[in-house]
Design a protein around this ligand. Structure first.
Ligand SMILES: *[C@@H]1O[C@H](CO)[C@@H](O)[C@H](O)[C@H]1NC(C)=O
Length: 432
């Protein structure tokens, strides 16, 4: 008996019903079914596995964006490999690629398309943990690029797109955006972006604060500038001289003297190096308090202590202060110091000096100042002339006549004013 014959024989014996073929068919069908079922189950598990591991990772943050270490909020924790790409393509991308106004829209779309050009790249982006929201990095980079080109609206749109997709602005982008806004004088946008960043838990760096405060000072928004300046100090940032001076100048120009005192105190606390602006602010503070003597002392000591030469602005502020206090001699002394520093008075300073002189009867000195300002005695090139207010000269001539100096000082001055060299007089013949 062969093996085949014996097998056939035994099977017939065991089954005994004489239907071996049908039994085989049923068995094959069940096996195939089981295999197919198994295959589907297996695939399902394979697909779910990355999803589970991802969900576990996201549980690490509290899922509400309150976690400091993870930059993204994990707004869609179920976002996973293949399914995620479908979702992302159907959800986030159209939002990111939504048409926007202006130049930025074109750039925006092309850059976003380049990054999401293929399904595979999308998958890679989603699975890399550093950028759970695809396109966030590229959009922030684009926002910075737009800000660098002063396209504030374009930049704001990019940042807005990132926020709508659940992301948030980073340090660098905030700094670029605020700087652009400060340059363009669009401080409302800067404040809005800055506030949102604070709400999102970002701690802006010193440069962002500095750009914001200086922009606000330049725009004359002193209240807001002070608010953010103190917020910056609270966060432990050290101010620099440039920032403190910007705030000082804004306070002084709006005559907010209590604040000038506070800012000066902050500068002293941080031992910031004073500049010309600081000195001028100090002098104006003394002026407001009526302390001419302190102002003169500070003017002498501060440049010596910190090794700098005061500029024309500082001298001018001090001269007009002396004039207001009727201290002609001090004003003239400051004028001398000004000339020795190589600074040239501006028209307002010359007017103060001239009025100062004839108020106390230094008539020939007043005439000399007119000569100096208008370069009437030759020597100086015409470009070095300072055009003073005609009324100051008229008042001087009137005073000369009243004091009986018309012949000695008045007439020669009028002749010099009329001389061809004094082209200035062409349209000021009223003096004659
Ligand atoms: C003040 O102004 C003068 C003249 O422009 C300049 O030489 C000097 O460096 C300035 N000093 C400071 C500390 O700003």
């Amino acid at each position: 008996m062969t093996t085949a014959e014996s097998f056939c024989h035994t099977s017939q014996e065991v089954c005994g019903d004489g239907l071996p073929d049908i039994f085989d068919l049923q068995e094959t069908a069940v096996l195939t079914l089981a295999f197919i079922l198994g295959w589907f189950l297996f695939r399902l598990i394979f697909q779910l596995l990355p999803a589970l591991s991802r969900a576990a990772k996201l549980k690490g943050t509290d899922g509400m964006g309150r976690c400091e270490t993870r930059p993204l909020t994990g707004a869609e924790p179920e976002v996973t490999s293949t399914k995620a790409c479908e979702e992302t393509k159907g959800d986030v991308l159209p939002r990111l690629l939504a048409p926007r106004q202006g130049n930025a829209a074109v750039l925006d779309q092309t850059s976003a398309r380049q990054i999401h050009s293929s399904y595979e790249e999308c998958k890679v982006l989603i699975e890399s943990s550093s950028d759970p929201l695809p396109g966030q990095e590229s959009h922030l980079a684009l926002a910075r690029d737009r800000a660098r080109h002063q396209d504030i609206l374009g930049s704001a749109n990019c940042i807005e797109a990132v926020r709508r997709a659940g992301g948030r602005v980073d340090q660098r982008t905030l700094r670029f955006f605020v700087t652009a806004c400060a340059k363009g004088g669009m401080m409302d946008k800067a404040i809005a972006c800055f506030q949102s960043a604070l709400l999102e838990g970002l701690a802006p760096d010193f440069q962002s604060y500095s750009a914001l405060v200086r922009g606000l000072c330049a725009a004359g928004q002193l209240d807001q500038a002070t608010y953010f300046f103190y917020m910056m100090l609270e966060k432990g940032h050290r101010p620099d001289g440039l920032l403190a001076d910007a705030l000082l100048e804004c306070c002084v120009s709006q005559s907010h003297l209590p604040l000038v005192e506070k800012v000066i105190a902050v500068m002293e606390d941080f031992e910031l190096r004073p500049s010309n602006s600081t000195l001028a602010a100090h002098i104006r503070l003394c002026f407001a308090r009526g302390e001419l003597h302190q102002a003169l002392q500070m003017f002498k000591e501060m440049p010596k202590q910190f090794g700098f030469t005061p500029n024309a602005y500082v001298h001018g502020v001090l001269i007009s202060m002396c004039y207001s206090f009727g201290q002609c001699d001090s004003a003239l002394q400051v004028h001398q110091s000004m000339l020795s520093c190589g600074c040239r008075p501006d028209s307002r300073t010359y007017e103060c000096l001239i009025r100062c002189c004839f108020a106390v009867g230094h008539l020939s000195q007043a005439v000399a100042l007119v000569d100096e300002a208008l370069a009437l005695r030759g020597g100086a090139v015409p470009a070095r002339r300072t055009f003073i207010d005609a009324r100051a000269v008229e008042d001087l001539l009137a005073t000369l006549c009243r004091r009986g100096e018309a012949l000695r000082l008045g007439l020669p001055l009028v002749k010099r004013l009329q001389a061809p060299a004094g082209g200035w007089v062409e349209h000021e013949r009223s003096f004659a």
